[in-house]
Design a binder for this molecule. Structure first.
Ligand code: SF4
Ligand code: SF4
Length: 129
């Protein structure tokens, strides 16, 4: 299957909504990343790969699934870039590519009634296209 790297890159950037062109590869995001030891691509490298059009390699990476969403990378970045949001975008695209983005409204009856609304909204965003 031919992968449209340009389209894939645009999809990641649209979902992540962070300006990767501002990255200066200082590495602070990776230095403060709590999950760095378990990642195959460090956060600053993820940004670099995206900036250089290697979107399909990012989608095959394990790093998004090792990310703890602690947001330390976003907080420490001196250029306002958010590797955390890129990790989330990559998780989302992987889920969609595997066709696992299905969450039926009917299944809500099986969930606790005191479930936070934010969780439901987040789940529908992630698992419903
Ligand atoms: S901290 Fe920000 S500018 Fe530095 S490498 Fe990470 S994303 Fe790029
Ligand atoms: S949000 Fe993810 S990538 Fe960013 S510092 Fe935390 S674990 Fe690392």
């Amino acid at each position: 299957m031919v992968v449209d790297e340009k389209q894939l890159t645009e999809d990641i950037l649209r979902l992540a909504a962070t300006d990767v062109r501002r990255c200066m590869q200082c590495g602070r995001c990776s230095a403060d990343c709590a999950a760095a030891l378990n990642m195959d691509l460090l956060p600053h490298r993820v940004v670099w790969e995206l900036n250089n059009g290697h979107a399909s390699e990012l989608l095959a990476a394990e790093s998004p699934w090792k990310c703890l969403s602690c947001m330390a990378c976003e907080e420490r970045c001196p250029r306002g870039v958010s590797p955390a949001r890129i990790m989330e975008a990559l998780r989302l695209l992987q889920i969609r590519q595997q066709g696992k983005n299905k969450l039926a409204a009917e299944s809500l009856e099986h969930y606790p009634s005191d479930m936070p609304q934010q969780l439901l909204v987040a789940a529908f965003r992630k698992y419903n296209k």
